[in-house]
Design a protein around this ligand. Structure first.
Ligand code: PRP
Ligand code: URA
Length: 207
């Protein structure tokens, strides 16, 4: 598995704003969307392209287009908070949804929803969730994406800890994992330290 830490100063500056306990939902959401846009710009740096012949108003040339269609897969709820920024750069992408929540006692993911476009197996799939804690949710989401027949999968998150990275490396060694920051550890309740708290609650103002 490739672990790519996208610690660009613009990303780190915005992430620092999100981490602050006093940041409200509006600012949290705005920074999350802006970071998601910056991350996808980097993630697609090496994407496969094909040559296409085009005419400009003054001549002919050979341009490029991204070879494979892209499907985003936000893990509901918090992953939805990253979609707007990514779609602003990939306006033709399709979006699948996977609904998972962590059981608060066992920390195991519980699936409640999954729906994907019919042609997802031939696409580049980008699974997005701001938090990679135990890694259980990301690993279960990637299991579902693989059950849909997808081979080309990337996982993107904002804050990860070594525990989650290790689980993904064990369960999905072929997948590249892009993170905005690698934090220190999990606490006894399974929260990332220092982290940013419960991403879903901070996005939607539910606590
Ligand atoms: C959060 C987060 C991830 C998961 C990460 O979701 O958005 O999906 O926890 O934890 P893990 O790596 O230990 O599985 P949560 O379960 O709080 O659901 P929500 O997005 O609906 O709030
Ligand atoms: N999920 C979150 O939203 N935050 C954490 O710190 C861990 C899991």
């Amino acid at each position: 598995m490739g672990l790519i830490i996208l610690d660009h100063p613009l990303i780190t500056d915005k992430l620092t704003r999100m981490r602050k306990v006093e940041t409200n939902s509006k600012d949290f959401r705005e920074n999350l969307n802006e970071i998601s846009q910056l991350m996808v710009y980097e993630i697609f740096r090496d994407v496969e392209t094909i040559d296409i012949k085009i005419k400009t108003p003054v001549g002919k040339t050979v341009g490029k287009k991204i070879k494979k269609p892209v499907v985003l897969v936000p893990i509901i709820r918090a992953g939805l908070g990253m979609i707007h920024g990514i779609v602003s750069l990939l306006p033709s992408c399709k979006i699948a949804h996977i609904g998972l929540y962590r059981n608060e006692e066992t920390l195991q993911p519980v699936k409640y929803y999954a729906k994907a476009p019919d042609d997802i197996a031939r696409c580049t799939v980008v699974v997005v969730d701001p938090m990679l804690a135990t890694g259980g949710s990301a690993s279960a989401a990637i299991d579902i994406v693989k059950e849909w027949g997808v081979k080309d999968i990337k996982f993107v998150c904002l804050v990860a800890v070594p525990e989650g990275v290790k689980l993904l490396a064990n369960n999905h060694p072929e997948i590249d994992v892009y993170v905005g920051a690698l934090d220190e550890k999990l606490n006894e309740k399974g929260y990332i330290v220092p982290g940013l708290g419960d991403a879903g609650d901070r996005i939607y103002g539910t606590k």
